[in-house]
Design a protein around this ligand. Structure first.
Ligand SMILES: Nc1ncnc2c1ncn2[C@@H]1O[C@H](COP(=O)(O)OP(=O)(O)OP(=O)(O)O)[C@@H](O)[C@H]1O
Length: 267
């Protein structure tokens, strides 16, 4: 049930290199089939969102791309590498719903620490710049407990960027934030993505967020997760909060919502 949007997207696809490619990926956990025969291609520098019902395999998809979960069948490629090799090379920046910052370290020390752990030389000035980029200038020495939820997620994003990762794998990073902060963070993430030319695979439960952020939005069906539809999102670039009020945005949200319901009803 891949919509017309997909054919249009294929027709207009540029010659950009492929950053991530999944072919026939199935993932089983004992008697649970989490993913079924997933084919997906993400271009270098593309922002792709993934939405689907709870338990449909979104996190499993992200973990499989990130080399944290082996597929039961099928292949995954990150550039020319296996996910495992790409992970060891520090190609991925993971940003999860729970930011997992070290509570006893300052924002700056948290950003630097992960890079050190990855065996790369930390650069406090670059880390400071990155905190500025995500809107945290002046909070370098604050500890996580002194920051709001949104600010902590900004630290987590700066930390992923400082790793030098080319691919950001984001799993409901704004899931615990209030709606306005989510929208604000969405604008920030798109700005960082554009300025730093990253490839982003972003999982969310929120249809408006999935549409606002995406170049392409992938809708998954209920368990086992299959790709039910893929939408090219034709909204202005760059985007700011004003997009939420436009008819084009509302129409795109309605299309994704319908696909989501159809994917659910398939089971
Ligand atoms: N390590 C595991 N062992 C066993 N089953 C697992 C494991 N990880 C995931 N599953 C199962 O695989 C299915 C997909 O899980 P996954 O977390 O990928 O879904 P999701 O779409 O991310 O869910 P949610 O939206 O609720 O976060 C679920 O049925 C889940 O219980």
């Amino acid at each position: 049930m891949v919509g017309d949007e997909t054919s249009a997207e294929e027709a207009t696809r540029t010659d950009r290199a492929t950053a991530i490619r999944l072919d026939g990926v199935t993932v089983n956990f004992e008697d649970v089939r989490a993913l079924e025969n997933v084919d997906l291609r993400v271009d270098d520098g593309e922002f792709v969102t993934v939405i689907g019902p709870s338990g449909c395999g979104k996190t499993t998809l992200l973990r499989t791309v990130g080399g944290l979960q082996d597929p039961t069948a099928g292949t995954v490629r990150v550039g020319r590498d296996s996910p495992d090799a790409a992970r060891r090379d520090g190609e991925f920046g993971f940003v999860f719903q729970r930011h997992a910052l070290l509570p006893w370290k300052s924002a700056l020390a948290n950003v630097v620490f992960l890079r050190e752990m990855a065996g790369k030389s930390p650069d406090r000035e670059a880390a400071r710049d990155l905190l500025g980029t995500v809107g945290l200038a002046g909070f370098e020495e604050s500890r996580p407990a002194e920051l709001s939820g949104g600010m902590r997620q900004r630290v987590a994003i700066a930390r992923a960027l400082h790793l030098g990762a080319s691919v950001l794998l984001m799993d409901e990073p704004f899931g615990e934030l209030d709606e306005l902060t989510r929208e604000e963070m969405g604008v920030e993430v798109r700005r960082v993505w554009r300025d730093r030319n990253k490839t982003v695979l972003f999982v969310t439960h929120s249809v408006p967020e999935a549409v606002f952020l995406a170049d392409r939005c992938v809708v998954m069906s209920d368990q086992p997760g299959e790709i039910a539809a893929v939408f090219d999102v034709e909204l202005p670039r760059p985007r700011d909060e004003s997009v939420y009020g436009t008819t084009a945005f509302q129409e795109q949200v309605a299309r994704v919502r319908t696909a989501l319901h159809e994917g659910y009803e398939l089971r």
